[in-house]
Design a protein around this ligand. Sequence first.
Ligand SMILES: CCCCC/C=C/C(=O)SCCNC(=O)CCNC(=O)[C@H](O)C(C)(C)COP(=O)(O)OP(=O)(O)OC[C@H]1O[C@@H](n2cnc3c(N)ncnc32)[C@H](O)[C@@H]1OP(=O)(O)O
Ligand SMILES: NC(=O)C1=CN([C@@H]2O[C@H](COP(=O)(O)OP(=O)(O)OC[C@H]3O[C@@H](n4cnc5c(N)ncnc54)[C@H](OP(=O)(O)O)[C@@H]3O)[C@@H](O)[C@H]2O)C=CC1
Length: 288
Amino acid sequence: CLEEYREFSVAVVTGGATGIGHAVTQELLYLGCNVVIASRKEEQLKQAVTELKGEIEETSPPRLMHVPCNIRQELQVKHLFEETLKQYGKLDYLVNNGGGQFLCQAADISKKGWNAVIETNLTGIFLMCQEAHKQWMGEHGGVIVNMLMDMDRGVPMMAHSGAARAGVENLTKSFAVEWAHHGIRVNAVAPGNSIYSETAAKNYPIDVFERVKPHLPAKRLGTPEEVSAAVCFLLSPAASYITGETVHVDGGGRLYSPLFWTVPDHKMLQPFHSNQGVEEATKPKSKL
Ligand SMILES: CCCCC/C=C/C(=O)SCCNC(=O)CCNC(=O)[C@H](O)C(C)(C)COP(=O)(O)OP(=O)(O)OC[C@H]1O[C@@H](n2cnc3c(N)ncnc32)[C@H](O)[C@@H]1OP(=O)(O)O
Ligand SMILES: NC(=O)C1=CN([C@@H]2O[C@H](COP(=O)(O)OP(=O)(O)OC[C@H]3O[C@@H](n4cnc5c(N)ncnc54)[C@H](OP(=O)(O)O)[C@@H]3O)[C@@H](O)[C@H]2O)C=CC1
């Protein structure tokens, strides 16, 4: 299965300079792919290219390049694929990993903050998939992996991101079906809220990772490499019959751990009592 990677496939990885994206980039390079990494901070991209190039043979054109791109900006997304095709002449894999959010109770999220997170984590992924399809994959096929989060029980303190990622999970299924006859597979990876990297941790004012650790069945945090392994499996021909699927990489966290939120003791959700008598109990309770 690794042979097809070795035929110098071409991958675009958003957020490929840091954390999980960095691990994906490193693994794809190791497997023989050409990789384009894309995110907003050009200095960070350049640094990653310099570091990762030190680990691979020098080639012409180089097997790793960067394109600054904010996935919220349509023109920048278009430019990213144009540059990729100009340099390598094809596009086999797209990893929509770039994204993020801020901690905030739902009641306090401003409309601007809501829009920033939805644009990043939902609209941005939509634009990336649509443009990849338009410029290359619609005609030639390809494989897409979208990054989600542990959001199936809702995401207290990150409601905006949970909503966006749930949207992406559904988009993943729609694309998987609509684009199957174009030879495109589309899957998702959902990391638990427990994948430690310095760059992920520094986005938060509190040590979110230390707080989740004791509540994980694995009793340890996950690594970017453990997420990358799932991404690379889904990209590979070993996953040729898998599409529209989500793979969870969370050490069992979603099955066991309390959410990143403790409900205070309260008596605000009272039960319904039928001891008011049959007539009273069967009266419609609608407030309309
Ligand atoms: C449960 C714990 C789980 C931990 C697991 C880890 C999960 C991960 O996802 S790790 C990856 C983390 N990486 C990131 O989060 C990085 C990316 N994040 C961002 O870029 C921002 O958070 C963004 C998505 C909001 C985008 O920001 P940007 O486009 O730069 O927009 P602004 O900074 O201008 O903000 C716009 C607007 O958003 C509101 N806002 C932003 N930050 C906060 C905050 N910390 N608290 C409250 N509100 C915030 C705010 O309304 C901003 O407008 P202004 O007030 O006018 O600045
Ligand atoms: N670590 C964890 O436990 C979890 C992570 N995730 C998700 O996994 C993905 C990778 O996170 P992780 O590696 O941990 O954290 P990082 O903070 O290291 O990575 C986030 C990356 O996304 C890029 N990014 C953010 N916004 C944009 C944008 N608008 N356009 C292009 N790139 C952008 C950032 O680069 P730049 O700022 O330069 O744009 C950065 O490289 C993210 O989507 C994250 O939300 C989900 C669940 C848990």
